[in-house]
Design a protein around this ligand. Structure first.
Ligand code: ADP
Length: 491
């Protein structure tokens, strides 16, 4: 029996295709939605059916809840998978699905709502005995109280938006003089980005690691964790490289952190797949937030556990019990993911959408590429710059790094700039190879030199490629001429 006959994917690009792949394996028909900018996108071609959802701007298409529900009904899709971004962590959308009789493939809306508030969720976890960083008890209402708290916990502190995401509005404050201005600016940014001006402060850790745990919880009270991921390599608080397991994990630390992660899921009455994010520093860890959705980096967990997280999400949403328990799970090898963004790493990461004039993705043992791009495809400027995820798996961390280096050197994307050269530099960096990473790794390691060197290699590589391309054209022209000659002889 199928979990569902038909499922709508309320997303685009590589994640829409990722979800559709799981559906195809499960014999579930898929419905794509697309904006004006995505008429020729691969996710539209991959789906069994596709419906136009609106104009290019996300608010007129991928965020248009009513229109998406209409399409689900029109196409008789019984379930909606939101992917990540867009509506994935919008509790109103999850509730709307419930009210309209369409299954939302994700957590129940109440958990999404509870975890949508960084302040509320931190408070909840503190009450449950999960370690959190010291800071203001709730939203800042009085600057003098904020100053007092900051003084007590000690500078630097970080100002964060309670409803925040994507690192937006976060500011590091080094002394009291800068606090008031940071709070005012934080509130302004939070209001315009999230429609909620509430900000709070907490202790800022100088060079922590970002370590998170994947959890799966079914609707019958069974919960498991699928180990840890290290996501410390970030730019502007946004992850660029993720790996599983964390290079510093010990059985004892894993025991403690996974127990906390499962506690977080339990006290928030969580269901479906989620990630519990912690900051780790000097032997201690602190709950930061829970992401109530599939994450970009779910791939590395899939690689080391062999569990297809999207299939699990769908099965749980259909009311199935988890078919395995904690003791059935184990870690096999090591996996690394590089997020491939259409950005120029040598020009302050400026977005570089445009036409892909040549494309060849890597393959071979242990390599996975999730992407929505191909040769001749024009990346629209309207959406996130992440265009592909490159994942390498091997039996040890070092072997996975070598494999990733090899895969990057095989990856050819011409016509646009990507951060592939930066990934190459990271994969060759001695500190990274040693596993010595933290959230300030990129600023500290000054990868520009390696980057420039790789850029030269890259040019040579591309030239050879372009050369063989030219040669290919010549060969085609010669064989065409030969054909014409032969045809002439026959007559
Ligand atoms: P968002 O939800 O906006 O992505 P998070 O709370 O998940 O924000 O934090 C994202 C990143 O910001 C973390 O991985 C870390 O690098 C940095 N960060 C957040 N809080 C702190 C803190 N208290 N100390 C140091 N770094 C922090």
């Amino acid at each position: 029996m199928n979990y569902f006959e038909k499922l709508l994917i309320a997303n685009r690009g590589e994640i829409a295709i990722r979800v559709m792949r799981a559906c195809r394996e499960l014999d579930i028909e898929t419905v794509a939605i697309y904006s004006d900018a995505d008429k020729n996108a691969l996710h539209v071609k991959y789906a069994d059916e596709a419906f136009h959802v609106g104009e290019a701007h996300p608010s007129k298409s991928y965020l248009n809840m009513d229109r998406i529900i209409d399409i689900a009904k029109k196409s008789s899709a019984e379930a909606i998978h939101p992917g990540y971004g867009f509506l994935a962590e919008n509790y109103r959308f999850a509730k709307l699905c419930l009210d309209e009789g369409v299954t939302f493939v994700g957590p129940n809306w109440k958990s999404i709502q509870a975890m949508g508030s960084k302040i509320g969720s931190k408070q909840m976890m503190c009450n449950a005995g999960v370690p959190v960083l010291p800071g203001t008890d709730g939203g800042i209402k009085d600057i003098d109280v904020a100053k007092k708290v900051a003084f007590e916990i000690g500078y630097p502190v970080i100002v964060k938006a309670s409803a925040g995401g994507g690192g937006i509005g976060m500011q590091i404050v080094n002394d009291e003089k800068a606090l008031e201005e940071a709070i005012t600016a934080g509130m302004r940014i939070a209001q315009s980005a999230f429609g909620d001006a509430t900000v709070f402060i907490e202790k800022y850790l100088q060079k922590p690691r970002h370590i998170e745990f994947q959890v799966l919880v079914d609707e019958h009270g069974h919960a498991v964790h699928l180990y840890d991921r290290e996501c410390s390599i970030q730019r502007r608080h946004q992850k660029l490289v993720e790996e599983a397991p964390s290079p510093i994990m010990t059985p004892e630390l894993r025991e403690r952190m996974s127990a906390s992660a499962l506690k977080v899921a339990e006290v928030s009455h969580y269901t479906n797949a989620g990630s519990v994010e912690f900051l780790y520093y000097d032997g201690n860890y602190y709950f930061m937030e829970m992401n109530t959705r599939l994450q970009v980096e779910h791939t590395v967990t899939e690689s080391i556990t062999g569990v297809d997280l999207v299939k699990q999400q769908i099965a749980i949403a259909a009311g199935e019990s988890l078919s395995f328990g904690q003791d059935d799970l184990s870690i096999r090898g090591h996996a690394i993911e590089c997020r491939i963004n259409a950005e120029d790493p040598l020009n302050n990461f400026a977005a570089d959408p445009g036409k892909i004039t040549r494309y060849r993705s890597p393959g071979g043992p242990g390599i996975r590429v999730d992407s929505g791009i191909h040769m001749g495809y024009t990346i629209p400027p309207n959406y996130d710059s992440m265009i592909a995820k490159l994942v390498a798996w091997d039996s040890t961390r070092f072997a996975a790094i070598k494999r990733m280096q090899r895969a990057i050197s095989e990856y050819i994307i011409l016509g646009i700039k990507t951060i592939l050269p930066l990934h190459y530099a990271i994969m060759n960096n001695p500190q990274f190879i040693e596993g010595n990473t933290h959230t300030h790794f990129l600023q500290e390691e000054q990868l520009t030199k390696t980057l420039e060197r790789y850029q030269l290699d890259e040019e040579a590589r591309m030239q050879t490629l372009a050369g063989s391309f030219e040669q290919g054209k010549k060969i085609a022209a010669i064989s065409a001429a030969v054909n014409v000659y032969l045809r002439g002889k026959k007559q």
